[in-house]
Ligand binder design. Structure first.
Ligand SMILES: Nc1ncnc2c1ncn2[C@@H]1O[C@H](COP(=O)(O)OP(=O)(O)OP(=O)(O)O)[C@@H](O)[C@H]1O
Ligand SMILES: [Zn+2]
Ligand SMILES: [Zn+2]
Length: 798
């Protein structure tokens, strides 16, 4: 007898191993690993993932049976099932959380399944279809025998299953035809058919190109096959008429086809090495270190093309904010309809459709953000991570995975190379390349040997003595110059809102968030003071609540105010602002970039969203208004982040034929991260920073784990976290360093108090067992309001 091993949707330690359920008789041989089911669990029914089928279970006693089958085909591939186990281990999280993370958002929430059948099937199975071509699977309460029949029809492709989000607009149904001919029959017919039967020939050519998927009537007509030819073909038994659903298309505009560019010598060397690794199915990790504007994208595209040529698929990961229409259209212009895109600005319906196209093998190239690392691609020939140092690759919620590690795991599974690309690699990756663990490929020059931009550092302490403005004299002059020359300008200010805080001039009172330990940020457009942590909003006071003075002023310029001031200073300039507040609406981000790209604006200003990936040839000036914004954080990575941000944003300037300039305004002109960003000397930065890391016992010399605890009471949090630290000190060997507990930099967020412990170690045999025990213990505490989370290799220490 076959039984199913199910990971149930109850995230606890005890349920982290699969439970065994028997399979209803009719569904024997039909249930596959990777399908979701409903099972009885205690007195409830819960969903779960079938992870394995076993024959002859050793289980004594009566097994409970699976109550319902949710998916009609697997939603998790065998590879991803394996990956979920590794990931749960690696991130100290539960398998159920890992499995759910792998599904596209829409499938985790409410959705309906529709079964679609052609007329003959509809008529052959009246008890299932009741004379209709489309039925709602979940509303029919089919018995297991019917489900079994449906599965068989599904497996033999006689019916289609479509998932639909319940909150979704009505689907668009269109007429289409399914090819019934085998490839050799198409060839035979093409030989036999009369040369003058052009319509029929055209039809056969189309079938030869796209043998498997139904083709819409409109699509046929666009390719020159008229309705009567289709009808005749259906009568001859070549085609079958059916209705299909129009797939939502997340790509806004059609693109022109593009061809591979001629590479320069450095690019060619890189592509050659990648091509060889793809062909030899070598699981190597490459670090592609190329200065800004060196043409990394073209290297990616050509290596991806090589993977496709070898019959493989390819995955390209990009950070959230650089998934701009620019890179997407570059990829689509090269690979056409084979590309699927996954990212968070798409609706869940769009993401679901794209995920389906990957799952059923239609899409061979996937480009997407962090979660796309779980794309259900099979037979992967190449994985690329652009801007590998970017912090958006680390998920900061359960499961706290690092995309780079998942990508490496998948590459190993698929026997293929991984490329980590960046102008400013993370210290971890660069250190591995130096040790020979990764293979280093370099693009040391900008494409066509265009010069890197010339950078000026302005000391704002001196500047403020005679010129009190957010834009220094130097930057103001250069902006004016570029406006005159009709060139474009990017201004970076890493602070959104209008001003960072307001203060009473008479008594010094600063309005704070009632829920968090932060001061409120003024937003002029909504006339409110906002908390950026918990979302609290309140009106801007007109009089001080403490001393009743009306002299309330705002301090610290945010992006809203910068926009206002820039418009005042340069009244004729056309200005665009890009930050979280202007890009909330779907498509807004794209609209701003397209507008700037079409030179319909002179100045693009915004937060770090504008720092990366953009490639606009007319930009010849970049201004960084406050280079210190990241430096002041008490985190050992703040220098690295500052250097990366400044180098990346500087890299937007002078990418084409005109020399670029950059102005960096700072109160710390002598800081090494700023000095080295001026010369864009990654090598020197790497050396300097590595020395500091070694002295401080930080990564990449040490591994780290962060344990955060929070509760509504500060005393409870502190007390419990001391217990945790004691527990760790007892259970780990002497060589591990346990720091803390210390209150987090912002201790109170949304009325919870946060404390943290950092573990640093080089080799710690007890780590896994200690943390697992901790997880188990903390689960018991959860009822008393204490939440403990474990972050393996955290990116921030604040
Ligand atoms: N082989 C080539 N032939 C012609 N143009 C090229 C070639 N390679 C790159 N370019 C052009 O050089 C410019 C910079 O390339 P790309 O945007 O790929 O740089 P990058 O290395 O990704 O830089 P960044 O890290 O700053 O994003 C682009 O406009 C690109 O079209
Ligand atoms: Zn006051
Ligand atoms: Zn708050």
């Amino acid at each position: 007898m076959q039984v199913a091993q199910v990971i149930v949707d109850v995230p606890t330690r005890q349920t982290n191993n699969p439970y065994t359920y028997s399979i209803p008789e009719n569904l024997n041989d039909q249930i596959q690993p990777g399908m979701r089911v409903q099972v009885p669990f205690g007195r409830r029914k819960v969903t779960g993932f079938v992870v394995e089928l076993l024959t002859n279970s050793n289980y004594k006693g009566k097994l409970k049976s699976i109550s319902k089958l949710i998916d009609l085909s697997p939603v998790i591939t065998p590879e991803l099932l394996k990956l979920s186990e590794w990931m749960a281990d690696q991130t100290f999280s539960f398998k159920i959380n890992c499995l759910q993370t792998m599904l596209p958002g829409g499938m985790r929430t409410k959705f309906k399944k529709k079964l679609l059948a052609a007329d003959d099937i509809r008529d052959a199975y009246p008890t299932i279809f009741h004379g209709q071509n489309e039925i709602d699977y979940d509303q029919q309460h089919f018995n297991n025998q019917a489900v079994s029949q449906i599965l068989r029809l599904k497996r033999t492709d006689k019916i289609k299953v479509h998932y639909e989000l319940s909150n979704h607009a009505k689907p668009v149904l269109i007429k289409a035809y399914q090819n019934l001919l085998q490839p050799n029959q198409v060839d035979d017919l093409l030989k036999k058919i009369h040369p003058n039967a052009t319509n029929q020939r055209q039809l056969l050519f189309i079938l030869a190109d796209q043998p498997d998927h139904p083709i819409s009537t409109t699509n046929f007509k666009q390719k020159g096959v008229n309705g009567s030819t289709l009808k005749t073909a259906a009568k001859n038994g070549w085609l079958k008429e059916m209705t299909i659903r129009r797939v939502r298309n997340p790509f806004m505009q059609p693109v022109q086809k593009s061809h591979p560019l001629a590479l320069n010598a450095d690019q060619q060397t890189a592509v050659d090495q990648l091509d060889r690794a793809i062909e030899d199915q070598k699981n190597l990790t490459f670090l592609l270190e190329g200065v800004t504007g060196s043409g990394k994208t073209e290297v990616y595209l050509q290596a991806m093309a090589h993977a496709l040529k070898n019959g493989k698929t390819a995955l390209l990961l990009v950070p959230e904010i650089t998934l701009t229409p620019q890179i997407v259209s570059r990829i689509r212009s090269r690979f056409g309809d084979q590309v699927a895109m996954l990212h968070s600005a798409m609706s869940s319906g769009e993401r679901y459709d794209e995920w389906q196209r990957i799952n059923n093998g239609q899409a061979k190239v996937v480009v997407g953000v962090r979660s796309a690392v779980f794309a259900p691609l099979t037979n992967i020939g190449l994985i690329i991570m652009d801007e590998e140092h970017d912090s958006s690759y680390k998920q900061d919620d359960v499961p706290r995975y690092q995309t780079r590690d998942v990508a490496k795991w998948r590459a190993k599974y698929n026997h293929c190379p991984v490329v980590l690309g960046s102008a400013t690699p993370s210290l971890e990756s660069r250190a591995r390349a130096m040790k020979g663990v990764y293979k280093l490929l370099t693009l040391p020059h900008r494409f066509n040997h265009h010069a890197l931009p010339h950078v000026t550092i302005v000391d704002m302490k001196k500047e403020f003595a005679h010129h009190q403005s957010i834009l220094s004299q130097k930057l103001t002059d250069l902006v004016r110059d570029r406006l005159q020359k009709h060139e474009q300008i990017i201004l970076l200010l890493n602070r959104r809102g209008y001003s960072s805080f307001v203060m009473c001039r008479d008594c010094g009172y600063v309005p704070q968030c009632p829920n968090c330990d932060v001061s409120l940020t003024m937003h002029k457009d909504t006339h409110t003071l906002n908390c950026h942590l918990c979302g609290h909003k309140e009106p801007i006071p007109t009089e001080c609540p403490r001393c009743h003075s009306t002299r309330i002023r705002h301090f610290g310029v945010g992006s809203q105010q910068l926009e206002e001031q820039v418009k005042k200073l340069f009244p004729t300039a056309r200005v665009l602002r890009m930050d979280v507040d202007t890009t909330r609406k779907k498509g807004a981000h794209e609209a701003i970039i397209n507008q700037f790209g079409a030179h319909k604006a002179d100045i693009l200003l915004g937060t770090q969203m504008i720092a990366k990936g953009l490639d606009f040839p007319e930009v010849t000036l970049v201004g960084v208004l406050n280079a210190d914004s990241a430096l002041k954080f008490p985190d050992f990575r703040s220098s690295e982040r500052t250097f990366q941000l400044l180098t990346q944003v500087s890299g937007r300037s002078g990418r084409a034929n005109k020399q670029g300039e950059v102005v960096i305004q700072t109160f710390n002109p002598d800081h090494y991260a700023i000095q080295l960003a001026k010369t864009q000397d990654y090598e020197k930065f790497y050396q300097t920073e590595m020395r500091i890391r070694r002295l401080g016992k930080y990564p990449p010399y040490y591994f780290t784990v962060k344990i955060t605890g929070s509760s509504p009471s500060e005393r409870q949090t502190a007390y419990e976290m001391h217990q945790v630290a004691n527990f760790l000190r007892q259970h780990l060997t002497k060589s591990a360093i346990v720091l803390g507990p210390t209150p987090k930099t912002i201790t109170r967020v949304n009325n919870r108090y946060y404390y943290q412990i950092i573990i640093k170690y080089r080799y710690e045999p007890q780590l896994k067992s200690a943390l697992e025990k901790l997880l188990e213990k903390s689960q018991l505490k959860q009822r008393q309001g204490l939440l403990v989370s474990i972050d393996n290799e955290p990116l921030d220490f604040m």
